[in-house]
Design a protein around this ligand. Structure first.
Ligand SMILES: C[S@@+](CC[C@H](N)C(=O)[O-])C[C@H]1O[C@@H](n2cnc3c(N)ncnc32)[C@H](O)[C@@H]1O
Length: 293
């Protein structure tokens, strides 16, 4: 049986420190403060234990330095300050190999009870919310692309772009989803996608907004509204507003803002209409919203 006290005494998040884009010292201080807080860390430790019990995808053939050199972004300073955070207590946050290679196993661990096929089953349910007739689909903040891959498999006639800020996540995602023919990865910031206006039939955003401060949430939804064609759909999914407080130990810089987040207000303010909620596995929620003009 899982013993949180044993795991707590032996596990040190600093062992995840990135070698390629080293994290600043303040990341370690922030993580230390998160881990030493008085709140129970049992939920975090159970995720860590479940991750260790899984077989991770094999990234041993990846030449990280060579692949990283192919991206226009070269250092953490190429990213906005709000993004250069030790998300989930990983030094370097998403700008680290550790976050990328552990992404699927972490998601499988977190959503173990949410669906009989864990996170990959959850992804299929979210993919089902993308309109059937969408042919140009973009998943913004796609991580390692498992959600985008689920959309691509469901809509074989669509071209799906997994659009993601972190080159590390893209490198891992290309390995993890290598067999999905109508899926491609693109690096960039969701709020400055560079995609032509009105060029996209459907945008998916899953588990991204809770990791952005309010100004970035607004900029991202405004950018989605710009790139969608009239009648295009946004499928927005994220975790319950009180969920992050249950994961103490996994550093979440925008936890307090998230607790007060109202998706419907922000969707209306950024121009969306016909906003509907659809059941997705708990603790996730969903909205499908349309750009009408
Ligand atoms: C919790 S992960 C979710 C990934 C994926 N959507 C999923 O459902 O597994 C959040 C992802 O959003 C990305 N991200 C956060 N802010 C972003 C931004 N402004 N532009 C692009 N990607 C962003 C992170 O790099 C990370 O891969």
């Amino acid at each position: 049986m899982y013993d949180a006290s044993v795991a707590r005494s032996t596990f040190d998040m600093r062992q995840l420190a990135g070698k390629r884009w080293p994290a600043p010292q303040w990341h370690h201080e922030t993580i230390g403060a998160e881990l030493s807080g008085p709140e129970p860390k049992d939920r975090m430790m159970s995720v860590v234990a479940r991750m260790s019990a899984q077989t991770a995808p094999d990234f041993s053939a990846v030449d990280w330095d060579r692949e990283l050199a192919a991206f226009a972004v070269r250092t953490p300073e190429d990213f906005p300050a709000y993004y250069r955070q030790p998300f989930h207590s990983v030094p370097g946050g998403y700008l680290s190999e550790a976050a990328a290679v552990g992404d699927r196993t972490a998601m499988e661990a977190i959503y173990q009870e949410a669906h009989p096929r864990r996170s990959l089953g959850v992804r299929d349910e979210i993919a089902a919310l993308v309109p059937d007739d969408a042919r140009v689909v973009v998943d913004l903040g796609a991580g390692t692309g498992d959600g985008a891959a689920a959309i691509a498999r469901r809509l074989p006639a669509a071209q799906v772009t997994a659009f993601e800020a972190s080159p590390f996540m893209i490198i891992a995602g290309r390995v993890q989803n290598a067999g999905v023919q109508n899926l491609r990865f693109e690096q960039g910031l969701a709020e400055r996608s560079g995609l032509p206006s009105g060029s996209v039939d459907a945008v998916a955003i899953t588990l991204v907004l809770h990791e952005c401060p309010n100004a970035a949430k607004r900029s991202i939804l405004a950018e989605v509204h710009r790139v969608l064609r009239p009648g295009g759909a946004l499928v927005l999914c994220d975790t319950a507003q009180d969920d992050l407080h249950g994961y103490r130990g996994f550093y979440e810089p925008y936890r307090e803002e998230w607790a007060r987040f109202d998706p419907d207000s922000l969707l209306r303010e950024t121009g969306f209409a016909a906003i509907t909620a659809h059941p997705v596995p708990s603790p996730l929620w969903s909205r499908v919203a349309r750009k009408l003009d």
